[in-house]
Design a protein. Structure first.
Length: 291
């Protein structure tokens, strides 16, 4: 897979007025950039190329090729990095439009199934398709749900350090205070990759897109750390990538817990200040020195 990454700024400086106590003053503030990204798929059909607009998502510019690849993978449109020939921005007269469009050209011989809504768009929590039908769809399209998982033991000290480590590597959050992150750690607590975005689902798609492009999937023996809450959508994306341990700094939703139980994914919430809740402990996961 050839990826031509786009270069975009993710932080913008604006002039604001700060108010404190009984005084106000001018201040230059950093805010997270939010712009739309249109994801298009090009595939070979008979003797011609077909193009389809798949999605428009509001995202923080940067790592757009990873975002597109991760989105197509977690939506069940592609199943292997070899199914992607290249990822690029279109040549457009308007540079801004070009920066907000990403084209994924699929490998010749692979025609995606774009007509089955269950396969492609069961994941969006805003569409209201969440529950038994959604979970069954994930089981149908996930490449890794039947693979054998190895037993993983993680120390309590390692878990306690994850939230602080994630935040310490969030450069854009430090500047803006308004951006989400997803990070992958090994069982010793070493950060392997981190992606940020104004959309928590985009941050995870970027991370999974990175893992897909690097040939790292499935991520059975890795720990996914989420900077905020754990929603149904994030758990299903993790399930698609074969992730079996998820630690969220925020709270999980009820459907997130249901999905974690269904796929035997360890789900931890409120991971901060040397504490966390175990919403589901997967059968292959153990915490050292904790009963």
């Amino acid at each position: 897979m050839k990826a031509h990454l786009l270069s975009n700024k993710s932080v913008k400086q604006i002039e604001i007025v700060k108010v404190k106590d009984n005084s106000s003053f001018q201040y230059t503030d950093d805010v997270s950039v939010e712009e739309p990204l249109e994801i298009r798929v090009v595939y070979h059909l008979a003797d011609k190329k077909e193009s389809r607009n798949i999605s428009v998502t509001m995202r923080t510019p940067g790592n757009d090729a990873e975002l597109a690849a991760g989105f197509l993978f977690t939506e069940g449109i592609i199943f292997d990095r070899k199914q992607i020939e290249s990822i690029y921005a279109p040549q457009a007269e308007c540079a801004r439009n070009s920066e907000n469009i990403i084209i994924v050209e699929l490998a010749e011989g692979f025609v995606p199934d774009l007509m089955n809504a269950d396969r492609n768009f069961y994941t969006t929590s805003s569409c209201g398709v969440c529950g038994k039908g959604s979970i069954e769809s994930i089981r149908t399209v996930s490449s890794f749900h039947n693979q054998t998982k190895e037993n993983i033991e993680v120390s309590l000290e390692t878990l306690y350090q994850l939230s602080e480590k994630l935040q310490s590597f969030q450069n854009n959050f430090s500047a803006t205070g308004g951006i989400h992150a997803s990070g992958i750690f090994d069982r010793e607590g070493n950060l392997l990759a981190l992606r940020e975005d104004v959309g928590r689902h985009n941050a995870l798609d970027k991370l999974i897109g990175h893992a897909l492009s690097a040939g790292l999937l499935p991520l059975h023996d890795k720990i996914l750390v989420l900077s905020g809450r754990a929603s149904f959508e994030l758990i299903q994306k993790a399930a698609m990538a074969g992730i079996s341990i998820i630690a969220a700094i925020g709270a999980p939703s009820s459907l997130a817990v249901d999905l974690a139980k269904e796929f035997d994914i360890t789900l931890l919430g409120f991971l901060r200040d040397n504490r966390f809740n175990i919403y589901h402990s997967g059968s292959h996961f153990k915490i050292e020195n904790v009963l």
